[in-house]
Design a protein around this ligand. Structure first.
Ligand code: CTP
Length: 392
């Protein structure tokens, strides 16, 4: 953290006392800390203590003309490498999510062009309230990092998630945010994920067991590495990763249309389990009395193969192949058949689809690399690093 500048915004909560320790820890690790305390934050911790610990002026009021003369709020928000909100109260996060700027803290948060990290702290019921969870989802999709609160006994006597993480944990998250290299910044990457649903009639579909987790993890890792990510997702129940543009689709032909509309791109990672076949859709609900339906099967477009053959093909196109047997052989042949640069073979005979882990083999024209069985997020990060190397 040597030489890094942190703007620490302290909201009003009993956990604000921990922010004093956070200032001390960050400074010990070489960072400089400039504090902003909200009006309610000042009920829990005094600007004087924070000024002594940070050895800097503490900012409290948007309309303090002396502050504006010394340093405008825009400048204050831009001079940091990272803006940290700790404790981030339910109210402060709600105002952030709504884009309200009615005091110094929220004005800085709206004006900043720097990464923002929130460490929430509040009563367990407030944390679990749908309004808070909705606001947190909004903040995450705006690209803000929101730490999970700790679970345990609370100052109000209740028990559960909502406690401010310990200062050491917040400092570690700050260090991780500051050290994130963004090797994919300036690159546009398309990711497809999840299953497709092919309609049979207005109420029935042909589906598959893809959970979308691996594709969403890849989209998240690419965004973390700085890429502009367009995630084209089949029907899944997953939340949109931070900083990712998501387009929801149902059927294969719709997915192909959105992939083409998202071009040009530097890379495309086709993780979706696209249905190879669709049927002619009945205009009204099929009735049981009519007997077993005669389904008229049609071939779906091969989105990956078509993209590889397109004139505006991305520089790097990666396919995925979930196989139940001889994964490497099948996937090697698939790579050549479809014309993609790399294919990731996923042995679904080991981990059932929908789990948290995968065992994959990365097949390129240089050969096959078999990776250890690991979490889908770890696979995603390793793949993002390889993509960054290939696009560098
Ligand atoms: N794929 C695609 N469009 C399709 C089918 C597959 O884009 N209509 C992509 C997938 O997203 C994946 C790769 O092709 O990246 C391999 O998918 P897979 O279903 O394993 O390949 P298939 O060609 O359908 O082969 P199989 O006979 O094993 O189903």
């Amino acid at each position: 953290m040597n030489g890094k500048r942190i703007l620490l915004i302290i909201g009003g909560g009993i956990a604000a006392y921990k922010s004093c320790e956070l200032v001390r820890l960050l400074r010990k690790q070489g960072a400089s800390v400039r504090c902003v305390v909200t009006a309610s934050g000042q009920k829990f911790v005094t600007p004087m203590s924070l000024a002594a610990l940070s050895e800097d002026k503490v900012y409290t009021d948007l309309f303090d003309l002396k502050d504006e003369a010394e340093m405008g709020h825009i400048q204050l928000s831009r001079q940091a490498d990272l803006v940290v909100v700790a404790p981030a109260t339910a109210d402060l996060m709600a105002r952030m999510a709504a884009g309200i700027a009615d005091d110094l803290a929220t004005t800085l948060l709206l004006a900043t062009d720097k990464p923002v990290l929130c460490a929430p702290a509040m009563n367990v019921r407030m944390w679990q309230h749908p309004a808070t969870q909705r606001n947190i989802a909004t903040l995450k999709s705006d690209g803000i990092t929101v730490l999970n609160p700790d679970e345990g006994p609370m100052a109000c006597g209740e028990f559960g998630p909502g406690r401010l993480p310990e200062p050491e944990a917040i400092a570690a998250a700050i260090a991780a945010s500051l050290n994130t290299s963004r090797p994919l910044s300036g690159k546009h990457i398309i990711v497809t994920a999840g299953p497709t649903h092919e309609p049979i009639d207005p109420v029935r579909v042909i589906a598959n067991r893809s959970s979308g987790k691996q594709g969403f993890a890849i989209a998240a890792a690419l965004a973390e590495a700085g890429a502009k990510v367009t995630l084209i997702a089949g029907p899944v129940s997953l939340s949109t990763p931070a900083g990712v543009t998501r387009i929801d689709v149902e059927a294969a032909r719709q997915m192909e249309g959105e992939v083409n509309a998202a071009l040009p791109a530097d890379a495309a990672i086709m993780v979706a389990a696209v249905a190879d076949w669709r049927v002619d859709e009945a205009p009204s609900k099929l009735k049981k009395e009519a007997g077993p339906p005669a389904l008229n099967w049609q071939k779906n477009p091969d989105i990956l193969a078509n993209l590889c053959a397109a004139p505006n093909r991305p520089k790097l196109v990666i396919g995925f192949a979930a196989e139940t047997e001889t994964a490497v052989e099948h996937a090697t042949a698939k790579r050549l058949r479809k014309g993609c640069d790399w294919i990731v073979a996923n042995d679904v005979s080991i981990d059932k689809m929908g789990g948290e882990q995968n065992r994959v083999h990365l097949i390129t024209n240089a050969g096959t690399e078999s990776w250890d069985r690991m979490d889908k997020t770890a696979i995603a990060r390793a793949l993002a690093q390889r993509i960054a190397d290939a696009l560098a």
